[in-house]
Design a protein around this ligand. Structure first.
Ligand code: ZN
Length: 110
């Protein structure tokens, strides 16, 4: 196989990108573990203080999961129309992508 003069630089860059992606993935796994731990602790406190059961939690998870029309274990961010131009904007956007009009924050989770 023939290599161009800049191939070795591309390989070095690709390896560096791969290392960065691996580090980022590891950081995200640690963040996810921490988030899962905090959720379990919060639910444990709710069980003790409000007498909730695991079935109560599972029913609520399904309820919230289904709010976007799909029971797929994921929550889709809501879409809102821009009050200025009417185009669809994601709930996480703080300004309309089309006209830059400021958007109201509709949910603490988006
Ligand atoms: Zn707009």
């Amino acid at each position: 196989m023939d290599f161009k003069a800049d191939d070795s630089g591309d390989v070095v860059k690709a390896r560096a990108d791969l290392d960065r992606a691996g580090s980022e993935l590891e950081r995200l796994r640690i963040d996810l573990d921490r988030l899962s731990l905090v959720c379990r602790a919060m639910y444990s406190l709710l069980q003790e203080s409000a007498g909730l059961t695991e079935q109560d939690l599972l029913r609520r998870v399904d309820e919230i999961d289904g709010q976007d029309g799909q029971l797929n274990g994921r929550v889709r961010a809501a879409v809102q129309p821009c009050p200025e131009c009417g185009r669809a904007c994601g709930a996480r956007q703080r300004h309309c992508l089309y006209c830059q009009h400021p958007l109201e924050r509709l949910s603490a989770f988006d």
